[in-house]
Design a protein around this ligand. Structure first.
Ligand code: SF4
Length: 417
């Protein structure tokens, strides 16, 4: 059941006479509940009562649907200067014990009439807090196991899609050999047949339950679901409409990654038929506008193919997110990477509905990319050089006829589904 969509409300509770709580702010939104405790902790839950994120005694923590908890803190001046770590099981339990204590105390206070709320508000808040308290350690374990039975690990999404409802129409990457990318090395590419996709959609919807209201869009995963034939894609989009709640206050559109070398046909009519079925934006890993560097990265395609694809998509009414790697090719390719990437972005004639993501290269010392870099004798960029590259690309990005695209840094290490 999707929760009813009344107005969002923010209410102040307390002060509570007993216990440590002095003041509590509760934001009762259609899609989530946030509890602010004495301005020192804030807890956000979806409408199924699952904890989503916590600001807890100065620590910023997010929880994944697989029940992993990741803490993040700033370590330096650059947009990518963050340290992240997964909480150990004991830390996780201590945090959750604290959450249960606080939420139980608030519920008891509200039930005891200490909140000063109207009867209706008190009942709504109690119902939401009760949904939170359902998540005992055993229930969370079972939920995480259920999540893992429905999904292969979701290794990455574009930042504006972090809270999308992921549907794994396909699994893996149809190419899977780019030297800088290891997202899908654990799986072979395959497409789900229609009957399996329908089952997947039903399982996804049942898993999220009331929490589906937090999801505003559908993301077709994994890496390049749009590689499927037009007839299979139309079938898949029609299944989405049949099985998922689209409409006002619910899911609003469909999003996906795309690549310039494997997606056929690249006709406006093909993309228009998908746009009519809800496709809103696709995300293209351009990486660089320098074809020589793209070859070095062992990624097929070319600047020209990428530009042509983007023009076709835009003509069909589909917006784009273009992903550019920062620091790639090190000092040897620095100037060509910037100049040719800016040339590609300009030729795409991007507008205000489009996004350019600038993604700092992240590669382990033992990754294929670092091996190629060492063999070629390329010096990696320093943080200072990479920050300068970021500024130069942002400053050099020209507005298209309709206005400027948005830009944002895309740190892939931030992702947690
Ligand atoms: S960058 Fe894209 S095309 Fe290349 S291996 Fe990764 S997911 Fe596949």
């Amino acid at each position: 059941m999707i929760p009813p969509h009344g107005p969002n409300r923010q209410i102040a509770l307390g002060p509570f006479p007993a216990g440590a709580l002095r003041s509590v702010l509760a934001a009762l939104r259609n899609d989530s509940t946030t509890i602010d405790l004495d301005r020192r902790c804030a807890l956000s839950f979806d409408r199924a009562g699952r904890l989503i994120r916590a600001f807890w005694n100065g620590r910023s923590i997010r929880r994944g649907l697989d029940d992993r908890f990741v803490e993040k803190h700033k370590t330096g001046p650059y947009p990518w200067s963050f340290a992240r770590r997964e909480l150990a099981p004991a830390e996780r339990l201590a945090l959750l014990d604290g959450v249960v204590r606080e939420i139980s105390a608030i519920r008891d206070g509200v039930r005891g009439g200490a909140s000063g709320l109207s009867k209706g508000e008190a009942a709504d808040l109690c119902e939401r807090l009760t949904a939170v308290l359902v998540w005992t350690p055993g229930a969370r374990d079972a939920d995480a196991a259920r999540f893992r039975s429905i999904y292969l690990p979701v290794p990455i999404l574009p930042p504006d899609q972090y809270e999308a409802l992921v549907v794994q129409v396909t699994e893996g990457c149809a190419y899977n050999q780019c030297a800088f990318c290891r997202f899908y090395r654990d799986r072979a590419f395959r497409a789900k047949p229609a009957n399996e996709l329908r089952e997947h959609l039903r399982a996804v919807r049942a898993f999220f339950g009331a929490g589906i209201s937090l999801r505003r869009s559908v993301f077709l995963a994994d890496a390049n679901a749009l590689v499927l034939s037009p007839s299979r894609l139309v079938e898949a989009f029609d299944l989405l409409r049949e099985e998922l709640p689209f409409g006002p206050g619910a899911l609003r559109g469909v999003y996906s990654f795309i690549d310039a070398f494997s997606c056929v046909p690249k006709s406006p009519a093909h993309f228009r038929s998908l746009a009519e079925r809800g496709l809103r934006r696709v995300y293209l890993g351009l990486e660089t506008g320098c074809d020589e560097l793209l070859q070095f990265l062992e990624k097929p395609g070319s600047r020209e193919e990428a530009v042509t694809l983007v023009q076709t998509l835009r003509a069909a009414g589909v917006a784009v997110g273009i992903i550019v790697l920062l620091g790639v090719g090190g000092e040897r390719y620095l100037e060509r990477h910037v100049a040719l990437t800016l040339a590609a972005l300009e030729a795409m004639r991007l507008g205000p509905n489009d996004i350019v993501y600038l993604s700092p290269l992240t590669a382990d010392p033992d990754s294929p990319y670092r091996r190629l870099e060492r063999e070629a004798g390329i010096r990696p960029l320093t943080d200072v050089e990479m920050a300068a590259q970021l500024s130069t690309i942002k400053a050099g990005l020209r507005a298209g006829p309709a206005g400027r695209p948005k830009t944002a840094v895309y740190d892939i290490r931030d992702f947690l589904y």
